[in-house]
Write a protein that binds this ligand. Sequence first.
Ligand SMILES: *Cc1c(COP(=O)(O)O)cnc(C)c1O
Length: 405
Amino acid sequence: MPGYEFFGDEEKKEIDDVMNTGILMRYGFDAQRKGNWKAKELEQKITETFGCKYAQLTSSGTSALTTAIAALGIGHGDEVIMPAFTFVASFEAVISVGAIPVLVDIDESLTLNPDAVKAAITSKTKCIMPVHMCGSMADIDTLKNICEEHNLILLEDACQSIGATYKGKHVGTIGDAGTFSFDFVKTITCGEGGAVLTNSESVYIKSDGYTDHGHDHKGADRGADLHPFVGYNYRISELHAAIGLAQIGKLNNFLSIQRKNHALLKSILTTIPEVTFRKIHDEDGDSCTFLTWFLPDADITADVVAEMRIQNILAGNFYWFDNNWHYIRKWDHLKNNGFLNNQSEQLQQQLKKYSIDPFHLSDAIMGRCISTAISLTWTQDQIMEKGEKIIRVIKKVLEDKYASV
Ligand SMILES: *Cc1c(COP(=O)(O)O)cnc(C)c1O
């Protein structure tokens, strides 16, 4: 899954280019940098690789989301509909601009359930934010139609699905804006970093300024720049961008390895009739960073997870239902108003609902779901061994269950 598994001379060479001049900042120092513009070059590569008009690099995926949300004009009191299964960064970004995260159920694609989205629309709704979780895509056409019908913004959190496509287009490039994360464990990494992708010149110009204190980047030097609006510092450094440049050159290789390893592991798990697989809205577009599979019910799944832990084969397998970072069940800090500073009454009221109304639909799905992270370094033999060990555990649990009935 993560690009860090394949670091090599390419990353070192890009970093050397930067260190040879010592200019670690992405803006200015034109003479001293001797033609090295790693962040600019990576932005150009991102637009070419993923097929969008503009890309703005940021310091993280979280700041990419925050930037996109601000650039799309979403702010104080606006409601953003998003899934209850995602990484915490998705709601953090929404809250950071004063907007309200409205969390709704997912379906067997582990992404936004369109019916739940429709039911959550109010007069305050401004944006629908699907999250393309675990390498695969949300039901984008259906969500796009809902956006058009209700005049809403579509913002794709594609942080976890770099390289996935939907009907031939890269996820992250289809909505009004999309975001990538290049943090250490993502498909390609900068160490830390992120990007806003968009086809809108206006969203791009706003993202460019917002990530650099509102600089318009039109002056003869930084001091001569004007600031047409308020921004912050969400800049990426040249060192991080340099690593990203080496990594983006390896993306196609990463994806083809992931797809091959994914297919082999899936073919092994398929031999158990009780195992079913995640719904993928466009199978050809799966980036295959994870293989996500279901067992018949939550009890069996919990037992399989427990047995995998006992047999020491749980590493790399994620039972999100019990996971602190990715599913609302364990987000007590959010549900209990766990903020360091004052938050609006509107936000507090919204968050209170989450402890009162459980997410039964999502629980029924997440409770029987396990995602196996696909490594780039696995050999064929290792995959066979892993698959067979998992199968043995599942069979043992199923036999124990049925024997005790
Ligand atoms: C990783 C991730 C982010 C945030 O990215 P960082 O670069 O770690 O800030 C946001 N959303 C999702 C779904 C992610 O997986």
